[in-house]
Design a protein around this ligand. Structure first.
Ligand code: SF4
Ligand code: SF4
Length: 96
């Protein structure tokens, strides 16, 4: 299926919802429906990478300085906030 995800009708979806293109999940920004987002306080981050490890959506990216930040795949589940070893991430309400 070569159409963008929001251009595909239900009649065109593969039977069983089977994915036919490897890596196609890259096109689905799971953060589209997020109602809250994590915000990092980098002054308290020790760059351990635990938040990056536990995120179920690959929603965290590492910046050039070795700190972490949310990306477009973050769905706002809050697991990174719960697991951060220094408590330096907090959830804030998403603003449109
Ligand atoms: S809130 Fe959830 S999805 Fe978003 S970065 Fe944290 S663990 Fe990942
Ligand atoms: S878990 Fe917390 S301290 Fe560790 S890298 Fe992530 S934000 Fe920094």
């Amino acid at each position: 299926m070569s159409k963008a995800w929001d251009q595909v009708t239900w009649q065109e979806i593969e039977v069983g919802g089977v994915l036919t293109e490897p890596g196609s999940a890259r096109n689905y920004n799971t953060g589209d429906w997020r109602s809250s987002r994590p915000v990092w306080d980098k002054t308290r981050c020790i760059k351990c990478g635990i938040c990056w490890t536990v995120c179920p959506e690959a929603g965290i990216s590492e910046d050039a300085d070795g700190y972490f930040e949310m990306n477009t795949y973050c769905k706002g589940c809050g697991i990174c906030v719960k697991e951060c070893v220094t408590g330096c991430i907090e959830m804030v309400v998403e603003e449109s």
